[in-house]
Ligand binder design. Structure first.
Ligand SMILES: [Zn+2]
Length: 256
C-alpha cells in the first residue's frame, strides 16, 4: 500500500471526476493521502475532503504563491481548523522566489512567520514548499527549532538535506525522481536516512514517467516508489512500506 503525503484534490483539474477518482484509491493500493491547503478557501476544501473520505487527511495553510499578511480573524480561522481531528499539519507554506509575479519576498516572509507561529502553537508539523529560496528557507527553519516539518518535492542539494535531517525534518520526493534529466533528486534519495523519507505525487502536477505532462493522481505512486527503490538499492515493495510507515509517524497517525 502507498501513502501520498501531498496531493491537491481541491484543484480545478479534478472537478469533473473527483468522487470517481478518489473512490478508486483504496482499490488502486493507496491507503492514505494528505491534501494541503494553499489559502483559506482551499484549506476549507481540504478539510471537507478529509471529512468525506476515511483515507484522506488535511493540512491547512497559505502557499507562498498566494501569500499575504493574514488578519487576526484569518489566523483564528486557521487555528480553529488545526483543532480538527483530521487536520494533521500546517501546509502548504514556504518561500518561492522563482516567479517574478509571486508576492514580494517580504510578504512571503511575513506570511511564513505566521504559519510557523501556528505550528509552534499547535505542535503540528509543517509542509514546506521551497523554490529558488533555499538560503532564506533554511534561515527560517533554523529560527524555529521547535517546529518539525517536511520539505516537499525536494529539489535541493545533499548538503541541505543533511542539515534538514539533523534538524529533525523529513524529505519528500515526487515524480521528479523518475525524470531522465533529474540528477540531484536520485542522489539525495540515496542519501536520506531510511526513517526520514516520504513520497508524494503533488497531483495534479509533476506526473512521473511514463505519464509526464498528463494529469497526475495518487494512482501514480508505484512509479515514484520504484524510482526511489532504484536510487536506494531496495525493492519497490520495501520503498512503499518504508515511506508509508514514515508518513504515519510524521503525521501522528496510528500505525497499522
Ligand atoms: Zn503542493
Amino acid at each position: 500500500m502507498f501513502f501520498d503525503t501531498h496531493a491537491h484534490y481541491d484543484a480545478e483539474e479534478f472537478r469533473e471526476d473527483l468522487d470517481e477518482l478518489l473512490s478508486s484509491m483504496p482499490g488502486g493500493g493507496v491507503c492514505g493521502i494528505v491534501v494541503p491547503g494553499c489559502d483559506l478557501v482551499s484549506s476549507r476544501k481540504a478539510v471537507e475532503l478529509a471529512e468525506k473520505y476515511p483515507f484522506i487527511w488535511a493540512a491547512v495553510g497559505v502557499h507562498p504563491e498566494q501569500a499575504w499578511a493574514l488578519s487576526d480573524g484569518e489566523m483564528d480561522e486557521l487555528r480553529a481548523m488545526l483543532q480538527h481531528p483530521r487536520v494533521v499539519a500546517v501546509g502548504e507554506v514556504g518561500l518561492d522566489h522563482y516567479w517574478q509575479e509571486n508576492p514580494a519576498p517580504e510578504i512571503q516572509a511575513q506570511c511564513l512567520e505566521q504559519m510557523f507561529t501556528l505550528a509552534e502553537e499547535t505542535g503540528k508539523p509543517v509542509i514546506f514548499h521551497e523554490r529558488s529560496a533555499c538560503a532564506d528557507s533554511m534561515a527560517a527553519v533554523r529560527r524555529h527549532p521547535k517546529v518539525r516539518g517536511v520539505f516537499h518535492c525536494f529539489g535541493g542539494s545533499v548538503e541541505t538535506a543533511k542539515e534538514l535531517v539533523e534538524l529533525g525534518w523529513y524529505i519528500s520526493f515526487t515524480g521528479v525522481l523518475t525524470f531522465k534529466n533529474a540528477r540531484k533528486a536520485p542522489e539525495v534519495a540515496a542519501f536520506v536516512p531510511a526513517d526520514r523519507i516520504m513520497i508524494e505525487t503533488d497531483a495534479p502536477y509533476m506526473a512521473p514517467v511514463p505519464y509526464r505532462g498528463k494529469r497526475n493522481s495518487s494512482l501514480c505512486l508505484p512509479q515514484i516508489a520504484e524510482a526511489l527503490a532504484k536510487a536506494r538499492g531496495i525493492t519497490a515493495g520495501e520503498a512503499a512500506e518504508l515511506t508509508k510507515q514514515n508518513a504515519l509517524t510524521f503525521f501522528g497517525l496510528k500505525k497499522e
